[in-house]
Ligand binder design. Structure first.
Ligand code: SF4
Length: 202
């Protein structure tokens, strides 16, 4: 049976494979204990094109670079912003810049009104962006975010995507697979310790 990943510990659930599949043959499903979702291929629909495995950064890791990057540290001076942030307010600073340039922002949203799920949401104004601030401590449900990002990039918008490192990497891989320019795409992630079980979080 064809699978995207070689073993469950070689899948981060980024959804790049699900989104890139031209036949919509992949769905993310809870497998085993913990509530983590993994891609499952409907063998009746799959045409064995191999695009899902080609896009997977675990199956096809990008070679690392020895290029030395420049690093900056920041902490905003605005106490109100600082009090609404968990990491010095970096997300607010960068998303402010994107929104002021008529761009859009994607980030994890904690739905406290309903079932306490965490999912990725699009914001094109400051009010909606404010809902994305603060750490969530669990990996979000990406839903249709990668496709929405692709649409925004194709329409010439600047996009800031904030998520876990594997989600950012999955998005970049998806954008590359779709031959979309990433020139207007900015990704923001965190130093990740690994995500906890969604079932425990629930
Ligand atoms: Fe979809 Fe192609 Fe992967 Fe089959 S091999 S699941 S058709 S991307």
């Amino acid at each position: 049976m064809l699978t995207v990943y070689n073993s469950k510990d070689m899948c981060c659930g980024c959804t790049a494979c699900e989104t890139v599949c031209p036949k919509n043959a992949i769905t993310m499903q809870k497998i085993g204990r913990g509530g983590d979702k993994y891609p499952v291929i409907d063998q009746n629909i799959c045409v064995d094109c191999g695009l899902c495995r080609k896009t997977c950064r675990w199956v096809n890791p990008k070679s690392s670079t020895s290029e030395i990057k420049r690093f900056f540290a920041l902490k905003v001076k605005d106490v109100d912003v600082l009090n609404k942030s968990q990491s010095g307010g970096a997300f607010t600073v960068f998303s402010d810049a994107i929104l002021k340039n008529n761009g859009v922002v994607y980030g994890a949203y904690l739905d406290k009104e309903n079932d306490f799920t965490v999912y990725h949401k699009r914001a094109d104004n400051f009010e909606e962006r404010n809902l994305l601030r603060g750490s969530k401590y669990v990996q979000s449900d990406i839903r249709q975010t990668f496709r929405q990002v692709a649409e925004d990039l194709n329409s010439g918008k600047k996009v800031l995507f904030s998520g876990t490192p594997c989600q950012s990497d999955g998005l970049l891989s998806y954008i590359e697979a779709k031959h979309i320019s990433a020139e207007n795409l900015y990704t923001m992630d965190l130093i990740c310790h690994g995500v906890p079980s969604p079932d425990v979080f629930n």
